[in-house]
Design a protein around this ligand. Structure first.
Ligand code: HEM
Ligand SMILES: N[C@@H](CC(=O)c1ccccc1NC=O)C(=O)O
Length: 284
């Protein structure tokens, strides 16, 4: 049957009565979600809606990243490598989505941003507890970040717990030890409240895995998944830096930092240094 008047007839059994049924909007709590975009600029600046939704969508995706990484770490601790890698594979796609969506914010010109930036006060992404939680889970521990969250007990508690817990890298290295690899005790007994620091004795462990992949396929694949996670995280940081440079240039940040120069330093951080160092040794 062809379409007439460019109008689609609705199937007879389409559900129409949601007076008692759960609907799309009630299942997704859309009234709550779609009432949460509250611009503070007066008069309201057209582009503040973009700014708010860019951040809120990022925070929703970060919530899922945390959900998946927490499960991946638990699966590693129970030696279920397959489930851990499946969760990490999902996180990689989320990271790519987050990095790609910078193109939307890049449509905000410095002129437009300067017209409402002043309304932001000292609020800044530096105060994103979920972003900080992902950094801690991956191993970039930094206790000096916690005072920023003292006025938010729930966020402070979440970050305190993640600071005190092993990172996913700690869990992976302990997994390798249980699988019989010669992971140094210094790594397994490290102070997990601190950022992981490069351990030269780990490089030969990874060299063996990479040069004997056929007999160590799970460990080999896990190494590459972690390398992807770090690469993707750095790509996000880089796109954020580029967006900062194009919208505020070298101005100081609302969060009190020097701005782009401060963000540039984060690109020198590393989650899994030995997984990158081994690249130099392979085939030597
Ligand atoms: C016009 C766009 C943006 C500008 C100008 C900007 C600027 C900045 C600056 C200057 C900082 C350093 C801290 C400060 O002094 O404020 C920062 C940190 C941060 N921003 Fe943004 N930002 C923008 C968009 C975003 C978006 C969309 C997100 C997504 C959630 C975000 C998340 C973060 C995070 C997580 C940090 C902490 C980074 C770190 O610790 O290295 N920013 N931002
Ligand atoms: N720190 C940014 C302000 C900013 O981008 C921002 C402000 C409020 C909520 C999230 C933000 N995004 C990242 O920092 C700036 O210096 O312009």
């Amino acid at each position: 049957m062809t379409i007439e008047k460019n109008t689609r007839e609705l199937d007879r059994d389409i559900v129409r009565d949601f007076s008692t049924r759960m609907s799309y909007a009630s299942y997704l709590q859309l009234p709550t979600l779609l009432s949460a975009q509250q611009p503070v600029s007066t008069p309201e600046h057209h582009d503040e809606m973009l700014f708010i939704i860019q951040h809120q969508t990022t925070e929703l995706w970060l919530k899922l990243v945390l959900h998946e990484l927490r499960s991946a770490a638990a699966w590693l601790r129970s030696d279920d490598l397959g489930s851990a890698l499946k969760a990490i594979a999902r996180v990689k796609h989320i990271q790519k989505t987050l990095t790609e969506q910078w193109s939307v914010l890049a449509t905000l010109t410095p002129t437009e941003y300067s017209q409402f930036r002043g309304f932001l006060g000292n609020s800044s992404g530096f105060q994103s507890s979920q972003y900080r939680a992902v950094e801690f889970l991956l191993g970039n521990k930094n206790a000096k970040m916690l005072p920023v969250f003292e006025s938010d007990p729930e966020a402070h508690e979440m970050l305190r717990e993640l600071l005190d817990a092993p990172s996913i890298y700690d869990d992976f290295l302990a997994y390798l030890k249980r699988q019989g690899f010669d992971v140094p005790a210094s790594v397994l007994e490290r102070d997990v409240t601190k950022a992981h620091e490069f351990c030269p004795e780990l490089v030969p462990v990874f060299k063996y895995i990479y040069e004997n992949a056929a007999d160590n396929w799970g460990a080999y694949e896990a190494c590459e998944e972690l390398v992807d996670l770090e690469d993707n995280f750095q790509l996000w940081r880089f796109r954020h830096l580029r967006t900062v440079q194009r919208t505020i240039g070298m101005k100081a940040g609302t969060g009190g930092s020097s701005g782009a120069a401060f963000l540039q330093k984060a690109l020198e951080l590393t989650f899994f240094p030995e997984l990158f160092a081994v690249r130099t040794e392979i085939g030597q």
